[in-house]
Design a protein around this ligand. Sequence first.
Ligand SMILES: [Fe+2]
Length: 195
Amino acid sequence: MTPTPADTTAHTTSGSTFTRMDESTAEQWGVIATATIEHQPRVAARVLEMLRALASITDGFAVDQLTHSLQTATLAERAGADTEVVVASLCHDIGKFVSVANHPRIAAEILRPYVRDEVRWMIEVHQDFQGKHYFHHLGGDPAARDKHRGHEAYALAEQFADEWDQIAFDPSYDTLPLEHFEARVREVFANGRLV
Ligand SMILES: [Fe+2]
């Protein structure tokens, strides 16, 4: 992404604050905390930018990764999932913006401060659950999900993989657009907790 003017100047704006942390004051940290809270909407904006960028990744699938993400979220919403689950479904492959190999954990870490833990976990392990449907083609273990048996969110992760994620590659499906989900993305990423 191209840095915005705000990005490029934000770290050089003030001569009144510290140049090394061991010389900082509580007052200066108060200024930083206020600015950080004020700029929290930037998180949702960044997430939306990353989702839009997934439109440029197809890698042999029938639909691009943004369409796949939107279709997964659409299926979750139509199944009656709550807002955190729908937004997590939308973001489950957002890690592919950086790296396919570890994309579930990248997505899970982005979500961690903003969703309840079972929802974060559902995304973190989604590849283990997806494996049932295709790992036999790649030399992986289709039963990779079995190691999670007994987890409190196992049924949720199973529903996510089997009923939404693995069937969300259909170009003819009535997939809802990103605009449909934007308000809920801003709602979920509005308040994070320190983790
Ligand atoms: Fe997926």
